[in-house]
Write a protein that binds this ligand. Structure first.
Ligand code: CP
Ligand code: NVA
Length: 301
């Protein structure tokens, strides 16, 4: 059981809680494959609000609730009275009278903060412009699965210091993974997050992808153009920040490549890398399911 009501950034959880979720996720994955899964959330309901499109987040949460014996309701913000001006605060108060959890994918991070403040049930951030904590729970699970440990590893983040990067910094800092971030000037991760994380692990910020990738155990990138971004920014990243075979060669021979997906082959990553032997992106995508089930089963109801 974790103490925080909501998961908005990953900064809310301490090391013990992150490890607990990762370890439970690994157990739930084994239980599912063995056919010994238990209905830990029987008759519970999750409301899922989407202001933005999604493949993995929607399907993994919906399937996860089903597998846990519960139910999920997909709510496009277009279909809610939100689209006609009902406030987020009133929406949060109303949904709390029907459902046991709310997950939302939003533009402004302040929207998920208002949801959490006004909901009496746990609120999970399924991605905001600033953070993507659920992705990082799956990523940490994947790293533990592949490397057998978390503490003491080195992760290289290459490309955009975006929402996924901000939550990655929190996640890595909590579990003792040092991070080298290579991003163009002006695209750094949130400075407050960097400051907090630097007090826990080594965080190196550079504009040199080769330097960041050197001796890394894990190399990670994400799209150069997030859902809320304009396409013109691509030229700031491409080709210098592309993860290709030459960049992977700077990392350890045993390094894995990760990407939250969706990917643009030929932009932030070459197909030789994302479809190559070091890539773990399909396990990473699958682990969204198991880690979110672990999260849902750990939140205070
Ligand atoms: N990685 C991720 O969150 O994917 P979706 O946008 O498809 O949900
Ligand atoms: N940074 C990306 C992640 C998508 C899962 C975005 O916000 O669009």
């Amino acid at each position: 059981m974790i103490k925080t009501k909501d998961l908005l950034t990953l900064g809310e959880l301490d090391k013990k809680q992150v490890i607990q979720i990762v370890d439970l996720a690994l157990k739930l994955k084994k239980d599912l494959k063995k056919g010994t899964a238990k209905p830990l959330l029987k008759n519970k309901t999750l409301a899922m609000i989407f202001q933005k499109p999604s493949t993995r987040t929607r399907v993994s949460f919906e399937t996860g609730m089903f597998q846990l014996g519960g139910h999920a309701i997909h709510l496009s913000s277009q279909d809610l009275q939100l689209s006609r001006g009902e406030t987020i605060d009133d929406t949060a108060k109303t949904l709390s009278r029907y459902v046991d959890f709310i997950m939302a994918r939003v533009y402004d991070h302040s929207t998920i903060e208002s949801l959490a403040k006004n909901a009496t049930v746990p609120v999970i951030n399924g991605l905001s412009n600033s953070f993507h904590p659920c992705q990082i729970l799956a990523d940490l699970m994947t790293i533990k699965e592949k490397k057998g440990k978390l503490d003491g590893l080195k992760l290289a983040w290459i490309g955009d210091g975006n929402n996924v990067c901000n939550s990655m910094l929190y996640g890595c800092a909590k579990v003792g993974i040092s991070v080298s971030v290579a991003v163009p000037r002006g695209f750094e991760p949130n400075p407050q997050v960097v400051k907090e994380c630097k007090s826990l692990v080594d965080i190196d910020l550079t504009q040199d992808p080769q330097k960041a990738a050197k001796d890394a155990d894990v190399v990670v990138t994400d799209t150069f153009v997030s859902i809320h971004d304009s396409p013109g920014r691509l030229r700031k990243f491409y080709p210098k920040y592309q993860v290709n075979s030459a960049l992977m060669a700077k990392a350890k021979k045993s390094a894995i490549f990760m990407h939250c997906l969706p990917a643009k082959r030929g932009q932030e990553v070459t197909s030789s890398v994302i479809d190559g032997s070091q890539s773990v992106v399909w396990d990473e995508a699958e682990n969204r399911l198991h880690s979110q089930k672990a999260l849902l089963a750990s939140l205070p109801l």
